[in-house]
Design a protein around this ligand. Structure first.
Ligand code: ASP
Length: 413
């Protein structure tokens, strides 16, 4: 009997966690563990490298073709508005949940402050305030497309591809050959994505085995309440809020969504990168959940770069956690600042592992908290990044289904 790829990925994930636990049991010095970790790094890195290899041609062709397919102007406008509107809406809900939970459970109140001070004294951060961040964000939007493609700068590639797509719409028939080439390029990259996915069960197994085997258990127990609050709230957003919105708007049930999207959700969990997961996300939405290439090709790459529900929730809640550690009470107006800055910070974080940590500095500084405090969050970030990235990707997938429904476009478009 041949198992479906979906099922093999689930098995790979479970096997990876069990292998990781096995290595923890044997101890980090055991030769078997050392060899296991080496093999896991090798296979895991290979899988992520393959995804990254295909990412740049995929983002460029899918956005350019996606936009070009939304031929009529009023539709482009509507898709834009709905997409951005949904991104902001779902991130706002995620942050309200994060702030609500952090206020309710107050993680970090009365925690061992020595740990906090040690971490702070050993860490040097790059300081970047809110105005500098906004300036560098806008500055990074447009650049030489060849440089952006060569450097894999996803945001700048997205922007250039949008231009190309719009020019193809405006130019119409005159550029049908270029559009044809881009179409074929997209099909070709998707074919290669299919091959890379055959390696996914092994890649995911390796990544998860390594993650579990190298977690620092002692630190985790100290920060257990914070980790539990973040994980619990993120899960609430993932398993209740987003599915409810999806069902209310499109009628797609959570089970159908999970069946169609789990390859992407598990890949995001294991790679901690929305960008690296994008090839899988596009495949799931087009092949399993029948989102039209036009909508999927536009909403998903854009979402992978700017729509981050999990990151927004985390950054907002973590700011309150750090404030608690420092013994500072953030009032309503300061929490409002956290809310707004965390939204921009999440949007600005690229879809790569621990990117949220970098933009977190900005959130802390916006309310006068020490940027060095992220030193305490860094060691547990690899763990929290798993679920948060899955939720980031889930938000993009839900967004594409909702935009498709509200613009009344179907698989043939
Ligand atoms: N790893 C996340 C992502 O790729 C970003 C983050 O660090 O929050 O979506």
């Amino acid at each position: 009997m041949k198992l479906s790829l979906n099922t093999r990925i689930v098995f790979g994930a479970v096997a990876g966690i069990l292998l990781g636990l096995g290595m923890v049991h044997l101890g980090s010095d055991a030769p078997v563990t050392q060899r296991g970790l080496y093999a896991a790094s090798l296979v895991g890195t290979l899988f992520v490298d393959l995804l990254k290899m295909i990412l740049v041609p995929l983002v460029f062709t899918s956005i350019a073709v996606g936009v070009a397919n939304l031929r009529q102007h009023h539709q482009i406008h509507r898709v834009w508005m709905l997409t951005l509107g949904f991104f902001v809406f779902s991130m706002a809900i995620a942050m309200i949940l994060g702030l609500g939970a952090a206020n309710l459970f107050a993680p970090g109140k009365g925690l061992n402050l020595a740990l906090f001070h040690d971490a702070m004294s050993n860490y040097e951060s790059k300081h970047m305030g809110f105005p500098e961040f906004v300036a560098s964000f806008f500055h990074g939007l447009f650049m030489n497309p060849f440089a952006a493609l060569a450097q894999g700068n996803v945001l700048a590639i997205v922007m250039f591809a949008l231009f190309v797509g719009i020019a193809l719409v405006v130019g119409g028939e005159r550029y049908r050959n270029i559009l044809g080439v881009l179409h074929e390029g997209l099909d070709l990259t998707l074919l290669m994505v299919g091959w890379i996915m055959q390696l996914a069960p092994f890649g995911i197994m390796a990544l998860l085995a390594k993650l579990v085997a190298t977690q620092d258990a002692a630190l985790l127990t100290t920060l257990v309440k914070f980790v539990a609050v973040i994980m619990g709230t993120t899960l609430l957003h993932a398993a209740v809020v987003l599915p409810l919105i999806l069902f209310a708007v499109t009628g797609v049930t959570p089970l159908k969504f999970w069946r169609g999207g789990r390859e992407a959700l598990i890949t995001a969990f294991a790679t901690s990168s929305s960008s690296a997961t994008l090839p899988v996300t596009l495949r799931c939405m087009q092949q399993h959940l029948h989102v039209s290439p036009g909508i999927a090709g536009f909403v998903l790459p854009l979402g992978a770069t700017i729509n981050m529900d999990g990151t927004a929730l985390y950054e907002a809640a973590a700011a309150l956690f750090i404030a608690n550690l420092a013994g500072i009470d953030l009032g309503f107006s300061q929490q409002l600042i956290v809310f707004m800055v965390a939204m921009v910070a999440a949007m600005g974080a690229p879809g790569i592992p621990s990117a949220g940590m970098v933009t977190m500095v900005m959130v802390l500084q916006s309310v006068g908290l020490p940027a060095e405090a992220i030193a305490i969050l860094l060691p547990i970030d690899r763990l929290l990044d798993t679920l948060r990235t899955s939720v980031n990707v889930e938000g993009d997938m839900v967004g594409s289904l909702i935009v498709q429904k509200l613009t009344g476009r179907h698989a043939s478009a």
